[in-house]
Design a protein around this ligand. Structure first.
Ligand code: IPE
Ligand code: IPE
Ligand code: MG
Length: 253
């Protein structure tokens, strides 16, 4: 009986939702269309999900748009994705700004075209004082890259004397990750049916609730998002404590 009561404890809304938007190619193939068609449909789904998160007062939404491994795709698909990314930024930045949404990018920008890098910097600058949703787009992002660049920054600070004999601990690593200043994701969603993390936010997902759905990304709509959020709310996050401790509210995670 007690355990039933424990199970009924509801979590609050997630502060940070991180999504692997997978399944665009299969969505198009099912319709006998080229993969590009699926990526275009994927952009439409992004727009709706961003609007929905803003309405639901989610603080941070991180979207995995292009992984450090996606360069392995055929050259024409890679250029299509880069072109789509540029066109979407050109079209959407003002709208995001009007909606008080802050834009931020994570990932290794150095491999991207200079025009794209400039547009990304412009979007970040234009929206930097917005304080509704923070929309984080992961482009040429990999969890391994993120940790390596954090360790490299720490090393550089040691060699210049900015850091003297630092203790390597969680706060120090957090401060140097590309996600510094953001809360870790509470809810991770992967569409498209695969149940893997594919090198996404490896450090930051340590205690994130994972949600996998077979729905292909272009079909992932606000109802599907609400279903994922409801699944999250029905879970008890224990962070190593016992269920009883959490139920008695004797611990604040
Ligand atoms: C996700 O959809 C989009 C990107 C990785 C850019 P996919 O293109 O991976 O779609 P599937 O997995 O082939 O269906
Ligand atoms: C993960 O999807 C990356 C993005 C959605 C941007 P992939 O389709 O590239 O992942 P794998 O290769 O199947 O693991
Ligand atoms: Mg895929």
């Amino acid at each position: 009986m007690f355990s039933k009561a424990i199970d009924s404890v509801e979590s609050a809304n997630p502060r940070h939702i991180a999504i692997i938007m997978d399944g665009n190619g299969r969505w198009a193939q099912k319709r006998f269309m080229p993969r590009a068609f699926g990526h275009q449909a994927g952009v439409k789904a992004v727009r709706k999900i961003v609007e929905c998160c803003a309405e639901q007062k989610i603080e941070v939404l991180t979207l995995f748009a292009f992984s450090s491994e996606n360069w392995r795709r055929p050259e024409d698909e890679v250029s299509l994705l880069m072109g789509l990314f540029m066109a979407t930024l050109q079209r959407e930045i003002n709208k995001l700004d009007r909606n008080n949404i802050r834009l931020r990018f994570i990932g290794d920008r150095s491999a991207l075209s200079s025009q794209l890098q400039a547009k990304m910097a412009e979007g970040e600058k234009q929206t930097q004082s917005n304080d509704a949703l923070t929309l984080v787009i992961a482009v040429n992002y990999g969890g391994h890259w993120d940790m390596c660049q954090a360790f490299q920054q720490i090393l550089n600070k040691i060699s210049t004397g900015e850091l003297t004999h630092p203790t390597i601990n969680t706060p120090l690593i957090n401060q140097h990750l590309s996600t510094h200043g953001l809360p870790d994701p509470d809810l991770f969603i992967r569409t498209g049916g695969e149940q893997r993390v594919s090198n996404f936010m490896l450090w930051q997902l340590a205690y994130t609730e994972l949600y996998f759905t077979p729905t292909l990304w272009p079909d992932f709509d606000p109802d599907a998002l609400t279903e994922a959020i409801n699944s999250f709310k029905g879970r008890q996050r224990r962070f190593g404590h016992t269920g009883e401790q959490m139920f008695n509210n004797s611990v604040i995670p």
